[in-house]
Design a protein around this ligand. Structure first.
Ligand code: SF4
Length: 616
């Protein structure tokens, strides 16, 4: 058995109520590593021939919760959720920091693969004794906070009785969905730890489509053996001493960006990206610290960086709301993007979104899209049932609930920004797609391209994960090292140091993983497989790479204000950069992987499908 791996995956067929264990050969593990890479491979092997016909929200889709060989051993503990995405119709590796991942490995599993659809709501419990499917009717309809409290109470006591005398017994790691996932909202997240989310991809909706409320994991065994324990120990100490010295990041996390990304870099979404600049000091890390932080340093398993913060609103109309800092992306998408420039309302909306199990980035994007349509008189008070002015936190709270319950216009917005734009264009007889700030069906992260100070101009346009800012592209080489490695290894990007991580990967697995080899073989193999599945797409939307693999139209409009007023993304430069990117990866001018590339990467099995696409 290769080192770093528990050695088996737990498979659960919810339709047949069957559970079994499966193993993958060493060749597959070395070629695709784990997490995002292995998920794409499993999806291709099982659904590849039928891919264009597989409904992401149908029982045929597969939900995967995958660790990687470094998970739990490298500082931090992260889980990668995947499947056919109901947003992109391709494959996205969506990760969230959670003890669920290390508990799963300590229970003896590298991942969980879920197929089919349960007759009624269920959750899966994974322990050292294997997996169990359990009824979850009592959890269905519950918010995130309620779900976590009930599950912790009922599972922890039971497991503790099974294993007495272990001292203070730690609760299981849990991934779960809120009402949004249950109602198959395409922007629903897989949630964990009350306010952590695997947000991109819409995998909360995939769990909901399977009647799967949660997966809980509790392991009592050790983490898997590593190839060179002494080297791992030395590197581990060095990484931790680096992490602990990063005082600014420890103190603020990414929340510090809430003011500076807009004010200094002018690349923050403001009122649905109509602007990317603000100079509002009512938002940003320090504004949240004194009034709301109930826990200043909150860490995920085995991480000394401790960048998370827990916030609680202690008084006033939103009293009792609990969420994280919020981090930069949540501040931006539930703050300035909605015309909100005060910490209290942004914290409240962050708590609402967490509790409903929506992705803050994706659903914040959709809500701002709706607000811009209201501003333009395309959506009206009659459509919404209330006024929808920028900055009105009560109105956005209502809208978030309507989306998560598919009520009224919420049913259309529940389809995500792109699909909602197509539907509203048809209903209203006016093309609203220019206001949809998404790429390949995925709402973009809170980093713009126009000022030239933040996101690379092809960061989203060329990415196999579309608008996912954690998987943005640059040159087809360096970007392999970042998200593709982190999401496959599976480690937290905030802890991932360039030199040390390769030594660590070799010391854990015993394989000759070098930076160059990863950036020219492993990374390209994984994104080429993802690109093939994205191109196959379907069944409701098929992408035209010439038209759709591009930035949102808004990114080509000049910035209306701020220090970079008048700047826009250069369309001609984007085209050149995109073609260069495709060339480096061995894809043709339209982004379709070439035959010789498939042969070089050991992906010849994609050729029959891709040769058809090349002819279209
Ligand atoms: S850096 Fe922050 S998000 Fe990442 S594992 Fe550590 S505490 Fe969690």
């Amino acid at each position: 058995m290769p080192r770093g791996y528990a050695g088996k995956l737990l498979e659960v067929d919810l339709s047949r109520e069957k559970i079994w264990e499966t193993t993958l050969g060493e060749g597959v593990l070395e070629a695709f590593f784990g997490g995002r890479g292995l998920a794409a491979k499993v999806l291709w092997d099982r659904l590849g021939d039928r891919w264009p016909h597989v409904d992401p929200l149908g029982p045929e889709n597969i939900f995967l919760a995958m660790t990687g060989p470094l998970t739990g051993i490298y500082p931090g503990s992260r889980i990668c959720c995947s499947g056919k995405s109901p947003l992109s119709n391709g494959v996205i590796g969506a990760t969230a920091s959670s003890e669920f991942a290390s508990e799963l490995k300590m229970a003896g599993y590298d991942g969980v693969i879920v197929t089919g659809r349960a007759k009624s709501p269920v959750y899966i419990l994974v322990t050292d004794q294997g997996g169990e499917i359990r009824g979850a009717e009592h959890l269905w309809g519950k918010t995130g906070e309620e779900t976590i409290r009930i599950m912790n109470r009922e599972i922890t006591g039971e497991l503790e009785r099974r294993k007495p005398n272990l001292g203070l017994y730690k609760e299981p790691g849990i991934i779960y969905i809120g009402p949004a996932g249950e109602n198959r909202i395409r922007t629903a997240a897989v949630m964990t730890k009350i306010c952590h989310a695997a947000g991109y991809g819409g995998y909360g909706a995939v769990m909901g489509s399977k009647n799967l409320k949660a997966i809980a994991a509790k392991g009592h065994g050790p983490l898997p053996e590593v190839a060179a324990p002494e080297t791992v120990k030395v590197l581990w100490r060095e990484i931790h001493s680096n992490l602990i010295s990063r005082e600014r990041f420890r103190r603020w996390g990414t929340g510090y960006g809430g003011y500076s990304v807009g004010a200094e870099m002018s690349s923050e979404p403001v009122r649905n990206w109509q602007s990317e600049w603000h100079d509002e000091r009512g938002i940003g890390g320090p504004r949240f610290e004194v009034p709301y932080w109930a826990k200043r340093y909150w860490s995920d398993f085995n991480c000394t960086l401790s960048c998370m913060k827990l916030s609680c609103i202690k008084a006033g109309r939103w009293k009792g709301d609990i969420t994280d800092a919020p981090d930069y992306e949540m501040q931006a998408y539930l703050g300035p993007n909605l015309g909100i420039f005060n910490a209290e309302d942004a914290t409240h909306l962050s708590a609402v979104i967490d509790n409903l199990g929506l992705s803050g980035i994706n659903s914040g994007n959709t809500m701002a899209f709706a607000a811009e349509l209201y501003q333009r008189g395309i959506l009206t008070r009659e459509d919404l049932g209330f006024e929808m002015e920028w900055g009105d936190a009560e109105a956005f709270t209502k809208l978030a609930w309507m989306i998560s319950k598919r009520e009224g216009v919420g049913d259309i917005l529940a389809e995500g920004t792109y699909r909602a734009a197509l539907k509203i264009s048809k209903l209203k007889g006016v093309d609203v797609t220019p206001y949809a700030v998404q790429v390949k069906g995925v709402e973009v992260g809170a980093h713009g391209t126009r000022s030239g100070r933040d996101m690379n101009p092809i960061g989203y346009a060329a990415s196999v994960q579309g608008g996912d800012h954690t998987s943005s592209t640059r040159d087809g080489y360096d970007d392999m090292r970042w998200s593709v490695f982190n999401d496959s290894a599976v480690v937290c990007g905030f802890c991932s140091y360039d030199r040390l991580i390769w030594e660590f990967a070799r010391a854990v697995t015993g394989w000759n993983i070098t930076r160059h080899r990863w950036c020219t073989e492993h990374g390209p193999r994984i994104v080429t497989l993802q690109q093939a599945l994205l191109l196959l797409g379907g069944p409701d939307i098929y992408w035209n790479p010439e038209k759709d693999f591009d930035n949102p139209p808004r990114f080509y409009e000049p910035l209306p204000e701020g220090p970079y007023k008048g700047k826009a993304t250069d369309r001609a430069a984007v085209e050149v950069m995109k073609r260069n990117y495709y060339k480096v990866l061995g894809w043709d001018e339209r982004g379709i992987p070439k035959r010789e590339t498939l042969e070089r990467l050991g992906l010849e099995y994609l050729e029959p499908q891709l040769s058809k696409l090349r002819k279209t």
